[in-house]
Design a protein around this ligand. Structure first.
Ligand SMILES: *Cc1c(COP(=O)(O)O)cnc(C)c1O
Length: 221
């Protein structure tokens, strides 16, 4: 006999239950944590049952791939860009996404500000913080975070909704989540995008307002 097929709808309910339990344990309301279903690289057979189960918020890490998957079925969904954004894709990203979570450098902030003016339509924006200061990873390093947030608001006139991070794989994530929460608090930001398949409950304990879950929801990529 073959193993039973992975069932994304059941997985989704299990993840929602775990988010709710982690929130309650931390004295938070389950409704204050949003599940972002990371659909990158997933075949449509895995995505369809999650949509049917009522999931409306999806995360993608590439503009082109997201457009191919979602452009024709965009209605009623919230799409979030969670991967690095090249400035030459900013206009396309703005047209497709409701939320861009990876604002991480002045040049991108400037181009987004210009495109937002032209489009008279603004996505919700998060600044990505490279909490582990990993050279290969995108994001503003913590010592530069306050100045970059201030520049986004002042120099570029952007409204920033929150902060996002991806902790180093080989380290316990808690201190990174705590650092992100601290940077957000001192800058008057209340939204935190943090936590993935392996650590979303920890992230909820540290104050995540959205968790980005891929493989635990859809199966391995
Ligand atoms: C792929 C990805 C995720 C989801 O990762 P899983 O471990 O599969 O849950 C979350 N956030 C970002 C930025 C990603 O690129």
């Amino acid at each position: 006999m073959t193993a039973p097929a992975f069932d994304p709808a059941t997985a989704r309910q299990d993840i929602l239950d775990r988010i709710a339990a982690a929130a309650k344990a931390a004295g938070r309301a389950p409704a204050d944590v949003t599940l972002v279903a990371v659909s990158k690289q997933q075949p449509w057979e895995q995505i369809a049952p999650v949509l049917d189960a009522g999931q409306t918020i999806f995360g993608e890490n590439r503009v082109q791939e997201a457009a191919e998957r979602w452009a024709e079925r965009r209605e009623g969904l919230e799409l979030r860009l969670i991967g690095p954004l090249q400035t030459n894709k900013a206009r396309e990203a703005l047209a497709l996404f409701d939320v861009i979570e990876t604002v991480d450098r002045p040049k991108l902030a400037r181009v987004l500000a210009e495109e937002i003016q032209k489009a008279s339509k603004a996505p919700r924006l998060y600044i990505q913080i490279n909490t582990g200061e990993e050279p290969q990873k995108a994001g503003v390093i913590p010592p530069d975070a306050d100045a970059f947030i201030a520049a986004c608001r002042g120099e570029f006139g952007l409204t920033i909704e929150g902060l996002m991070c991806i902790p180093p794989e080989a380290e316990p994530p808690g201190p990174h989540f705590a650092l992100l929460a601290k940077i957000a608090a001192r800058n008057g930001l209340t939204k935190l995008s943090m936590g993935m398949s392996a650590d979303f409950e920890t992230a909820v304990r540290f104050g995540a307002t959205s968790v980005r879950v891929g493989s635990a929801l859809f199966g391995s990529r």
